[in-house]
Design a protein around this ligand. Structure first.
Ligand code: NAD
Length: 291
């Protein structure tokens, strides 16, 4: 292995600490701490683990965590009414509805109901639109975390060639928009892309968000490339990424491990977005770029 490891775990710990540092000053001005409401419908065990760790991280940052756990058979109308209540609650700055929802519920309608200014997941179409048009909004946590790791490693990204593998609304598309805003030349590759190695061979930056374990091979990469592996795949009870780590690490200049790379950044960025939402809602100044 010649690549440097990008330590997302330690970067995320620093980010969480920076978020926590801002909470007392916010409380002094407003008389309350920022609040994040998480809605988990039903008992999906993987979602329950995510929700628990989000709640714990929120409390550790000194913020308030509100957990709502409607039963799996909750109706669409009841769930929308819960979102309306959270939208109207002044103690709630951020609202997150844990996906996936049970099949009888319309997730798109639920996400559309969230007040865009409390949409700390950045999934509302208003925030997607703000991102591509360069307006302040909320950026989905995983691609935001990837961008932070890239800028920490590479500094100014301007002019670099980037390939984002995957075009989902929660990772691939917002990642491409962020890199475009940073003046990269961006290629979005997806399941219909012909000859993916051809594109990767020229990429200074590769972000893999495919959902297929060990998919991106080392001999597809440009020597020295920076490789961000978003994938979380469970294989034989172990977590693996979307990049074939061993072959990629012998060619890349830097690479994120799985676990310990992008994963910890997602929750840290959720806390960051909640802190930002609270300051914007209360009109309390915050240097958002410094967090
Ligand atoms: P998704 O299934 O919505 O999208 C996968 C994308 O990969 C699609 O756009 C598809 O076109 C593309 N794709 C599929 N086969 C391909 C191929 N052969 N060549 C090129 N592209 C191909 O997945 P997602 O929600 O974007 O997640 C992607 C991965 O990231 C998953 O492993 C997921 O678990 C992981 N993830 C991690 C975090 C985190 O916090 N680290 C957050 C979200 C998602």
């Amino acid at each position: 292995m010649s690549a440097e490891l990008i330590d997302g775990k330690s970067f995320a710990a620093g980010l969480r600490a920076r978020v926590a540092e801002h909470v007392p000053a916010f409380q002094k001005v407003t008389g309350r701490v920022p609040g994040l409401a998480v809605v988990l419908v039903g008992e999906d065990p993987a979602s329950a683990v995510y929700v628990r760790s989000k709640g714990k991280a929120t409390r550790e940052a000194g913020m308030e965590s509100f957990e709502h756990r409607p039963a799996a058979n909750v109706s669409q109308a009841e769930l929308l009414a819960l979102v309306d209540t959270l939208n109207a609650d002044p103690a709630v700055d951020g609202i997150l509805v844990q996906l996936p929802l049970p099949n009888h519920l319309d997730a798109q309608e639920v996400l559309l109901r969230i007040d865009p200014d409390k949409d700390v997941d950045g999934f509302h179409p208003v925030n997607a639109g703000r991102l591509v048009t360069g307006l302040p909004g909320f950026v989905p946590c995983t691609p935001l975390g990837c961008l932070m790791l890239l800028e920490d490693r590479l500094g100014d990204l301007s002019g670099l060639d980037a390939v984002v593998v995957g075009r989902s609304n929660i990772v691939g598309k917002p990642m491409a928009a962020l890199l475009t805003a940073k003046s990269c030349t961006v290629t979005i590759a997806h399941s219909r892309t012909r000859n993916l190695p051809h594109y990767l061979r020229h990429a200074d930056i590769v972000v893999a968000a495919v959902g297929i374990d060990h998919f991106v091979q080392g001999d597809w990469l440009k020597p020295g490339a920076t490789v961000i592996d978003v994938g979380i795949n469970r294989v034989d009870g172990k977590l693996t990424g979307d990049v074939d780590f061993d072959s990629a690490a012998s060619v890349a200049g830097a690479i994120t491990p799985v676990p310990g790379g992008v994963g910890p950044m997602t929750i840290a960025c959720l806390l960051r977005n909640t802190l930002v939402a609270a300051h914007r809602r209360e009109g309390v100044p915050l240097d958002e770029r410094a967090i």
